[in-house]
Design a protein around this ligand. Sequence first.
Ligand code: HEM
Ligand SMILES: *[C@@H]1O[C@H](CO)[C@@H](O)[C@H](O)[C@H]1NC(C)=O
Ligand SMILES: *[C@@H]1O[C@H](CO)[C@@H](O)[C@H](O)[C@H]1NC(C)=O
Ligand SMILES: *[C@@H]1O[C@H](CO)[C@@H](O)[C@H](O)[C@H]1NC(C)=O
Ligand SMILES: *[C@@H]1O[C@H](CO)[C@@H](O)[C@H](O)[C@H]1NC(C)=O
Length: 492
Amino acid sequence: MEIFGWSLCTIIFIVSISWLLIKPRKNNSPPTPFALPILGHLHLLQPPPHRALQALSQKHGAVVHLRFGSRAIVVVSSPSAAEQCFTTNDIIFANRPKSLAGKHLGYNHSTLGFSPYGNHWRNLRRIAAAHVFSAASVNRSAAARAEEIRFQAKKLAAAGHGGGEFRKVNLNALFLDLVYSAMMRIVAGKRWSEPADMFGPPTVMSLCDYFPVLRWVGFQGTEKKLVKMKKQRDYFLQGLIDESRKTIEMNKKKKKKKTIIEALLLLQEAEPETYTDEVVKGVIMVMFTAGTHSTSLTMEWAMAALLNRPDILEKAKNEIQMQVGCSRLVEDSDLSRLLYLHCIINETLRLFPAGPLLVPHFSSQHCTISGYEVPKDTTLIVNAWAIHRDSKVWENATEFEPERWFKESEAATGFKFVPFGMGRRACPGSGLAIRLMSLVLGTLIQCFEWRRVGRALVNMEEGSSGLSLQRLQPLEAMYRPRQSMATLLSQL
Ligand code: HEM
Ligand SMILES: *[C@@H]1O[C@H](CO)[C@@H](O)[C@H](O)[C@H]1NC(C)=O
Ligand SMILES: *[C@@H]1O[C@H](CO)[C@@H](O)[C@H](O)[C@H]1NC(C)=O
Ligand SMILES: *[C@@H]1O[C@H](CO)[C@@H](O)[C@H](O)[C@H]1NC(C)=O
Ligand SMILES: *[C@@H]1O[C@H](CO)[C@@H](O)[C@H](O)[C@H]1NC(C)=O
């Protein structure tokens, strides 16, 4: 949204002349704030958007109708309204709005995240579930995750070697590197060695989507940038596939464990029409686009929260010491016993949902939410961030209290906790993400002591980026290996 600047002022000036053309809203459509002609309500969207939309919902209600340029938007900010969107109206909202990003980065709206609801999407989702997201596949990729985590722990320990002094580490960079490499190991059996952040930051909607006219004037090169990004990504993904084609025969003989690409290519041999290169690319791509930033941001927020609450960090350490000990690293099979760690992760996802507004949905039919009429072709935005911080829904809503997850076991039920969305379009990667995050955080807490860089508390403000909940400042922290773990760390 930083793309406003002077052009916003110009637009406001020009269009203000046509004030009187505003149409009155229909009777039972949701409440709507006062709109400017042409711009609609975009001027109300001061970054970060989830805060601006929260303010609007506090003023106008849990269901608000807005217009961003040429698009009709409905913003939902209560559990009960969200529930209606993802139960009764789930199929109607199971679409995504068309966007420039979807056209270019989403292979003409044909990838899992961008595709409209229908056979093609169901097919992709089924393939991805079978080879990436199912419990069995997540189990199968455990070794890939463990290897990467061991690699990072070893690197941290080596950097800190000699003396027991604390050293500084940039956790933002560490987590991003770790997540890219973990995905790459799962997909192709090797570490990430491409440009650091090829698939970020996540893009869904840009100003050009709200004002199609801007496309024609090549507004700030938005479309050009997307085309260039797509080319780079496509080249990389095709490269991975071609490489695997060459090694697949060799690995078959060696009886090496199949990577995800190899599994998909073998299916391609049998059913070339279903498992086209585009489909294979689409499945792999979502792991890098949807799976990297979300996961690394969440871990960064978790560590930030823990650095500000050494008491919670200590409890987590004690739990790990009791359940796992010091003679080996945390493993997947320990995770079900590390309840407090899971509470910390849930609490992080509550206060800092990586997708504060989920991903936009799009209605294929007219429907009603909380009694309000919502027409066909409306973009649905669910303000998960606002729901998670609503004091009518949560006690001590803005406090970081992992213990609450012990007390209210029903906390997770209903629609007051939706960091991964709900319904048909919910995040298929939640299981994988939780496993990865638990293992990483568990290992970091087990192996190292952590401290803030200065005395002051870590700043918990978020940046202004639209789709993902970035920290205002990348997180840095001080760490040193735990004495009790020294032997193990030296053997990694
Ligand atoms: C903490 C980590 C993560 C968070 C908070 C998160 C959150 C979300 C959210 C909010 C959505 C949109 C739901 C909706 O439309 O209502 C989503 C969709 C999606 N996520 Fe995740 N996600 C995470 C990790 C992952 C991972 C690791 C992967 C894959 C490896 C992944 C793959 C996807 C895909 C493919 C979709 C699109 C699904 C569809 O449109 O059918 N996510 N995620
Ligand atoms: C993109 O997909 C639509 C249908 O969803 C189709 O009509 C259009 O021709 C496609 N465009 C390109 C460039 O493939
Ligand atoms: C995954 O592994 C766990 C043990 O780590 C096991 O209990 C579970 O049954 C496995 N799930 C599947 C679907 O293989
Ligand atoms: C964390 O939240 C999930 C729902 O997303 C719930 O199933 C789980 O029980 C929660 N974990 C704990 C430890 O409360
Ligand atoms: C809210 O905070 C109060 C005081 O700190 C505490 O006693 C209470 O248990 C908290 N409630 C929850 C649900 O954590």
